[in-house]
Design a protein around this ligand. Sequence first.
Ligand code: ZN
Ligand code: ZN
Length: 397
Amino acid sequence: MSQNPEPVYDRIREEVAVRAERLWDVGLALHRSPETAFEEREAARLLTGELEREGFEVERGVAGLPTAFTGRTGSGDGPCVALLLEYDALPLLGHACGHNLIAAAGLGAALAVRGALGEVPGSLLAVGAPAEERGGGKVVEVEAGLFDGVDAALMFHPGVYSWSWAPLTASAQIRVAFHGRAAHPTGNPTEGIDALGALIQLFNTLGVLDRRLPAGSHVQGIITDGGRATNIVPEYAEGLFGLRGATTAALEDLVEEVRSCAQGVATATRTRVEVTGVGGRYEHFRDNEVLSGLFAHHLDRAGIPLSEPEPGVYLGSSDIGNVSTRVPAVHPFVAIMGSDASDHTPEFAEAAAGPRGRRVMLAAAEALACTAADVLLRPEVPEEAWACLREKAAAGL
Ligand SMILES: [Zn+2]
Ligand SMILES: [Zn+2]
């Protein structure tokens, strides 16, 4: 039976309000000591300490990642909600992606839900997800089964737009290596097979391919090895290619296209080609409209309206994609700067420690907590969220 959640929302508001200073201190502490991917030792120590202090059962080093963690509470009997905390920073730029605000809001939401509900019916999980910027901690956590049994994975991301969901593409990297034959370019030119020439040909071929790719699909390449000396025909050349697709299926198609282009070039140039995947694959973000609608509704009450993303605009890729294709998930953007600004800049880092950042973090904590309460207290919510995920999966979205 569904409970009337209004009194719970009121209690959540109070629970966030009494912790506002502390949550902001956590956000600022992370901001002052930025740690990059997989190095987030102080961040993990600080956040797990805060969770333990309020009675969460903490497990450190989950999924084989030293700076990942979970904090768990609840009766275990019922739905399971995961609040996702990111806390890695960017090299040289510090918290220019505002992950300090994601961590503070996720922590605030977890503490507020527990505070408001007392005994949590079901399970409430705070998931420390390291290395979003490089390496993809959530990809590893998904593969380790950390999200098995989760009914809702909730987080927000600060940005320059206020959008109810994140248009994030699927992405992968591949390395293409051409093998030719070394020779003296004037002494023995007919013996040489130019591997660099083949690689350059591949770039030209991909330029032609690019024109017929569907919206959201994209290839960006760099040359990582182009030979050693101008008096040797290069026997080896290597390029690294970043591939993106609006959906994971579109990305898979693109990988196959690039592979067959490389093969075609190898045949034409009498080289041999090797194509290998590099690093983990990020899947596209599958928004769960049931949950993102609830989040938007709650945030609106704090005076921050969210809109749909601008059609055709993609904001990169993230490891939340791999979570979102498996369990109902939200990843809204909430603006801490105007849309003429950009994340991954010194100005954005400054905003992540500024008054608007603070306001957004606290509003997001409250809206995340209210959405979590909806999942825990209203049985129709997780049911509808799963139906939404299954429907989109069947449609390949
Ligand atoms: Zn970023
Ligand atoms: Zn980010």
